[in-house]
Design a protein around this ligand. Sequence first.
Ligand code: ATP
Length: 514
Amino acid sequence: MSQPADHFKKLVAHCKEYGFIYQSSEIYDGLSAVYDYGPYGSELKNNIKEYWWKAMVQMHDNIVGIDAAIFMHPKTWKASGHVDAFNDPLVDNKDSKKRYRADQLIEGAVEKLQEKADKEVEKAKKRFGDSFDEKLYRETNPRVVGYLQKATDANNRMNAALTAGDMEALKNLIEELEIACPESGSRNWTDVRMFNLMFNTQLGNIAGEEGKLYLRPETAQGIFVNFLNVRNTTRQKLPFGIAQIGKAFRNEIVARQFIFRMREFEQMEMQFFIRPGTQQEWYEYWKSMRLKWHLALGTPAEKLRFHDHENLAHYADAAVDIQFEFPFGFRELEGIHSRTDFDLGAHQELSGKKLQYFDPETNENYVPYVIETSIGCDRMFLALMGHALTEEVVGDDEGNTRDVLKLHPALAPVKFAVLPLKRNEDALVNKARAIFDTLKLSFPGQYDDTGSIGKLYRRQDAIGTPYCITVDFETLDDDTVTIRERDSMAQERVPVAKLEEIIGKRVDMKQLFV
Ligand code: ATP
């Protein structure tokens, strides 16, 4: 699996071939940027959600969960700023008729400039050998300095234009950077326009603007409008959090890269309500807690990094992304935002209901501040699958290569498979079935006798099953089986009575919290 692009292609194919992800409505040629999760995909997704829910709700006695409706009163989205400001700048190429996000075109051009600088440095490194001083070269070589300066300028100008909502400045930048349409190769662009990303629909019995409903573009607002309900019914004291997992919808202009950017997706969000003035300390706390959550799954630290927002959203006083190195580069996986009292304050104003907290320690009433953690479940799925899918050369007794999904056993969709050595030996099949029937009470598993043992192992490797249990003639004599561990392929003879304990130890989510 040499190139990241090849790996990504392989990953998409693997997801389909093994029943993880299908294109939505595929028999009608699919619906763009909408996907369905297959049998193994839905199990894995459920496990990701369970891990998040346990970490956020079960492990914190001051965080509670809710499940709010997708439809909300339309004023919600006025107060949150989504009606007026949930826009992306779009631009069309007049020749290919393709639509792009202006900021993404500019970011692409900036990345290319940085790559050009890197290439110059690489060339020089080869030329000068051991005596090469990379830092000095980057600071003094006119060509490298030129590329990097141009990249920084473009980035700064883009951020300033986005903050000011200056569409003309974005168009000028696209022209100055000589950005061409990847499809037509032409530089024949329309003006840049703002495009609201919310889907809307109509309430049954009310015509016109009055009955306009939105599909929620984030789950967070369901939490804010329930702040008082939760506070009054749980007697939580500040600081406390409300968590929610649910669908969100965005009419993304450019929806590419498989499940990275979808029009219907799932978010796992938590809003942590705090006393004003303590936001910095809680922001740092949640940054470190969320990074720990990712690392506990065995994701190497160098695949994750923090990236501070340069262009802060209207509601935030600090914001950072946890980025993951996807096959197409480091991209946002999760956002951690210090949202101040913006949301509760705006809902208080528009609804006329007091959304305040009486602090018995200070004898004051105030609108709490909020730290938000927000992660896309589908993006997490993509990050895990991309990292887990491994092609390995293996020894002769197991065939030459294998595709193995090295998911953390606690998240693996299937925990064990029972495989009889021969399928037409009744005694073996009956014994294998009996073992399967006992283990299935504790773990999701499979019974499979539809191929040779080698083939069955391959199939289980491809869906990430941590343990394969082979039942052979010896089993009938001494009640022992061979258990094969997915990653090491090590095989061990163990008593049937020990299986539950062995599997349980590896697949228990508890180990992710200690
Ligand atoms: P991006 O900059 O990639 O569009 P964003 O900053 O708009 O993302 P947030 O509004 O912070 O994203 O949403 C929180 C999380 O929801 C993101 O970190 C991401 O994991 C997920 N998410 C957002 N948009 C999508 C989408 N279109 N498809 C899948 N997941 C998404």
